[in-house]
Structures are given as C-alpha cells and as structure tokens.
Design a binder for this molecule. Structure first.
Ligand SMILES: C[S@@+](CC[C@H](N)C(=O)[O-])C[C@H]1O[C@@H](n2cnc3c(N)ncnc32)[C@H](O)[C@@H]1O
Length: 401
C-alpha cells in the first residue's frame, strides 16, 4: 500500500487521495502518475481501494475503506450497493445535494474537455444539474431484471454479466417494488422487464417469449397508448420537464416548420404541434417500428404531424427529410447525433435547435461540431433524471452565430 509503486496488480490494495468525478460513475485519482478511476469514493477523500482492472494507461479500483470521508458521504440506503455488489447505482453513497454537485462537475468537465468550451463560457451558461420532484428513490418506472442460471432474478454487477440476486430495488417505482417478481424463480427467463406507467398500468414481461402488451402514459394533458417496451422517459417527471425546457428554448411560433428527430412516440412532437398550430408542420423521424407505430396512432388529432420511419442519418442524407425548417428538437440515444447529422442541421436553415441529451460526452462532442460550423451553445440546463446513478440529462439551445 504505497503511492510510490509503479507496477500494480489486479486485486492489489492501494491508498489514494481522490480527485474530481469523471463521466461514468467514478472519481479520478493518481497513483505514481497513473490515472486510477475509483468507484464508491468522493472527491477529496483518502481511501484504500482494491484494483479491479489494470490497463496500459489507467487502473480501475473500488474504494473499500474510507480513511478520510467527505462531508457528502452517507451510508447507502440500498443494502446491495457497494464494491463488488449490484452495479445498478453508482452514487448511493452520496448525499442528494452531493449527487447534483457531482453531475454538474461532470457536465462542466465534458463541455470543456470534449466540447472545447472555455471555462468562462461554461460559467456564463450557469451550468447546474437540478433535481426533479420526487426524491432520490422510488422513481424508476422501467426496470429490467436479469436472471441467473438458477432462475434467480437480480441486477448485474458493474462491468460484468454476473447477476446479483436482490429482493428489492429501491430506485424502482413503489408499484414495481410491490410486484412479486423478485420473490419468484424464473427457470426459463433470461430477463424480466417491469413497467409502472404514469397512467397507473403495471406490466411484467418475461424474456424470451412473452409479448410486451401495452401501457398508457400521460404527459402534457394527453394519454399515449404504446408498447410496454417502447421508449418512454423513465423518470415520472422527465417527460414534462424536458419538453418544457426544450420548448422554452426553441420558442415555437404559429405556422413554423419543426422537426422532432429521434422522436419516439412523439412526446416533443405533440408539444411542438400544439404550438406551431395547423398552419405549421411537424416532422418526426424515428427508426424503431414500435415507436413509429405509437407516434402514428397517438397523434391522429394533430394531422399536421408527419411520421417518417427511418434512421435520422439516412433520412437527412437521402433528403427524405429536408430543409428549410425553422426549429428542431433532437433527443438521440446515448451515442449522440454525430457529425453528419449535426452538419445537416447546420445546413437546414433552422433558427434554433433544442438538443435533449442523455449522455454529456456525446452531447459535448456534438456541441463542438456545431461550434466548428459557426453555431453556439446559447443555453444549457441539466436535470437529474436518474438519481443514485451517474446518469444525467441535459437540454441545450444551439443557434447560428
Ligand atoms: C432517447 S429516445 C427519445 C424518444 C422521444 N424523444 C421521447 O422523449 O420519448 C431516442 C429515440 O431514438 C430512436 N432512435 C435511436 N437511434 C435512432 C436513429 N439512428 N434514427 C432515428 N431514431 C433513432 C429510439 O428508438 C428512441 O425512440
């Protein structure tokens, strides 16, 4: 146990002083010049950590003894959280306020390092990740439990396919926690999906085999009926929070043309359509067939909404969806939109783009592409849509300079 050692082996114990959080649920420490990504720690702490992975340029380690604790440290409310146990949550050991500080620091770091914004540009944006209503537990409306070879349900260990059997997941909605799923054996299942929708539907889907069925979701004064496994925002307050932020930023006007890219069941499109009205036009682009079906079936009262079933990259490259357009909302998966899509948006004639992002790294890379093409990030809000985990959501406004 020394900071002077150079060669370090897996399972070796090291003692380090922990630095800033990095994207992925760990903090950065240094051991004789080597970077160590330490989980279950907090910035400023002195910890003993067990090395879990040795790579040529860095180590991964789990803090197993806290020598000098941070004031933001708490005893994890979940008995399955901690080194070598359930990998579902990364921040159970952090106070709710500390989790927001952690995520704000990560968002700032990604914008400066990957987005190439200057620190004063980030300061001017007032970047802060804020909490959604409802508290840090009981929020997750969709939980996919893994099942081990003995038929026991649980969740996966961090960076592993090993199932950790559990009897309760504290971040799941109370309706999901009340299900008997975790007290049952699932001899033929590989996973079990549970959904508790905002309209009160509760569904269990066994995989492989079972058909997902449908649930109803409520947002914006509307009810959607969609496949139980069709994408829907997983935190009960996320749908309206993210729509509210994106619409405030792009400020749709009557008669405008709007795109809702990666549109899912048409959550953002419904709000855009109300605002641009029947003299405007909203085009959803969505690639998942169940998402396309849900958007087509649930927005029939808004005939100025069109649903294009395609990958966004393909739809733009083949000009199935082409400018001029006035405003765009995009909500891509974790991989982000990518340079080709951003370039198409820059060329589309849009006056404003509202970018809803669930991954700060791909968001920052896409922001950099916008900036390289003469656009700027004019506004940014962060939301803790995934308490207890390292994940965060943000909504940014991009406009031509
Ligand atoms: C983060 S979800 C957002 C859905 C919707 N905006 C919402 O909030 O309910 C991303 C959506 O993009 C879709 N998707 C993923 N990759 C895509 C692609 N390359 N082109 C079009 N849609 C894609 C997924 O099926 C999913 O519905």
């Amino acid at each position: 146990m020394s900071e002077e050692r150079v060669a370090v082996d897996q399972e070796e114990l090291i003692t380090v002083t922990v630095g800033a959080p990095a994207h992925g649920g760990h903090c950065v420490a240094r051991l004789d010049g080597q970077v160590v990504f330490v989980r279950h720690a907090l910035p400023g702490e002195r910890v003993t950590a067990v090395v879990t992975e040795v790579h040529s340029g860095y180590l991964r380690a789990d803090a197993v003894e806290i020598l000098e604790p941070s004031p933001d440290r708490v005893t994890p409310p979940c008995p399955y959280a901690g080194p070598g146990r359930c990998g579902g949550c990364d921040l159970q050991h952090v106070t709710p306020a500390g989790q927001l500080d952690w995520k704000t620091a990560v968002l700032r770091e990604q914008l400066t390092r990957l987005g190439r914004l200057a620190p004063d540009e980030v300061d001017a944006l007032g970047v802060a990740v804020t909490a959604l209503p409802g508290g840090p537990t009981g929020w997750r409306s969709r939980v996919r439990y893994a099942v081990d070879a003995a038929g026991r349900p649980g969740l996966l260990k961090h960076r592993s396919h090993e199932v950790v059997p559990i009897d309760r997941c504290l971040i799941a909605r109370p309706e999901i926690q009340a299900l008997p799923v975790l007290r049952q054996s699932w001899p033929t299942a590989e996973s079990v999906e549970t959904v508790a929708s905002s309209a009160g539907d509760v569904v269990v889907v066994e995989h492989p085999g079972a058909e997902p069925g449908t649930v109803r979701e409520r947002a914006l004064g509307r009810t959607w009926t969609l496949g139980a496994e069709t994408f829907w925002q997983v935190h009960p307050a996320a749908a309206e929070t993210l729509v509210g932020a994106a619409l405030e930023m792009v400020a749709p006007r009557p008669g405008e043309r709007a795109w809702d890219l990666y549109g899912g069941a048409g959550l953002f499109a419904a709000a855009l359509a109300e605002r641009v009205g029947p003299d405007g036009r909203v085009t959803i682009v969505e690639s998942a067939p169940d998402g396309v079906r849900a958007a087509r079936e649930n927005l029939t009262d808004l005939p100025w909404v069109e649903v294009v079933a395609a990958r966004v990259e393909t739809a733009l490259a083949r000009r199935r969806v082409a400018g001029p357009v006035d405003i765009v909302v995009l909500d891509p998966p974790r991989s982000g939109a990518g340079a080709r899509v951003v370039e198409a948006l820059v060329a589309s004639g849009a006056r404003a783009v509202g970018y809803v992002a669930c991954d700060p790294a791909s968001f920052a890379r896409d922001v950099r592409t916008f900036r390289d093409h003469g656009w700027r990030l004019a506004e940014l809000r962060g939301y803790d849509c995934f308490p207890m985990t390292h994940h965060l959501e943000c909504v940014g406004l991009l406009v031509p300079n």
